[in-house]
Write a new protein. Structure first.
Lengths: 100, 203
């Protein structure tokens, strides 16, 4: 059987991006500092990967102020969730493939 | 990619989904302690009902039995909240997590709506003299709060909530046994729940 890679998403080859999307798949919204805490990555690494996902329209950014401090929240888009689900299916298929 | 890596990757995604959406710093032992406070309160309640004059004269001159119950209940509530928060903070520190994060906020918000509603309703019933309904109402709304908050923490909390609701409904039907059912719900169930969480996640 030929391996179907149409569902595999190159964007998610990066670990941090896949992790960000995993968090946003189960949380309505998540803020920058909470991401930092749960993923244990540096500010720069996190920011650049969030930017990539935003450019792909996998996530949307909402900027606001809480007590005069900037508070940036991220949400998944329908497109992003679909891509994430497809990517998981692709990974599962890869595993199934190797069992044969 | 190797199969082993793929499994690891999927496992990590799952773990991250759990970790990012559930607040797991609630200490099992604090559940046991809170249950003990409630049992002590229940015993005190039984004693006060059996010997109302003795209790009023000795401890609380000028108070009525309902007011005394309210004071004891508020004392238990304060002590329980304090114990729960302090022990959660300790556990969070041990796991290098913060206690005030996005999941604990969601948990608090989900829990507080039924909890505040139930609290206010209980105060209204108290002021209007419907004493026999209060134990059941407290149990029911506490159970609803747990069920609502359970999506943000241990799955066991959902079952604790459902059991509290069942006891609460029983207490409304059998008001004569209200105090006993209250003790069962807030005392015994908390102790059992605390032990289960402690055994399963902490030891």
């Amino acid at each position: 059987m030929k391996l179907d890679l149409s569902l595999y998403d190159k964007i998610f080859e990066n670990r941090v991006r896949l992790q960000i999307m995993s968090v946003l798949a189960v949380n309505e919204e998540y803020d920058f500092n909470s991401f930092k805490e749960v993923l244990e990555v540096t500010d720069g690494n996190l920011a650049s990967n969030l930017k990539t996902l935003e450019k792909e329209e996998y996530i949307v950014v909402e900027k606001s102020f809480v007590d005069r401090k900037p508070n940036t929240k991220y949400k998944r888009t329908t497109k992003g969730l679909k891509a994430f689900e497809n990517h998981l299916i692709a990974l599962e298929n890869l595993i199934k493939q190797q069992y044969k | 990619m190797e199969q082993k890596d793929l499994f690891k990757e999927l496992g990590e995604i799952r773990l991250l989904m759990e970790k990012s959406s559930k607040f797991v710093s609630i200490s099992g032992l604090s559940g046991v302690l809170i249950g003990c406070y409630a049992l002590l309160g229940t015993l005190l309640g039984y004693y006060a009902i059996a010997n109302p004059e003795a209790v009023i004269n000795r401890f609380a001159s000028g108070l009525t039995i309902p007011t005394l119950f309210l004071i004891v209940a508020l004392l238990i509530l304060t002590l329980s909240l304090l114990t729960g928060c302090l022990m959660a903070r300790k556990k969070a520190k041990k796991n290098k997590q913060s206690i005030w994060n996005i999941t604990s906020k969601s948990l608090l918000f989900a829990v507080s709506i039924p909890l505040i509603t139930g609290g206010v309703l209980a105060l209204v019933l108290l002021s209007q003299g419907y004493y026999h309904l209060i134990a059941g109402i407290l149990l029911i709304f506490y159970g609803l709060a747990l069920a609502a908050g359970s999506i943000y923490t241990f799955a066991e909390v959902k079952w604790l909530g459902i059991l509290e609701i069942c006891l609460g409904l029983m207490a409304v039907c059998l008001p004569d046994h209200g105090l006993m059912l209250w003790g069962l719900g807030f005392g015994v169930l908390h102790i059992i729940y605390g032990f289960i969480v402690y055994k399963k996640y902490e030891s």
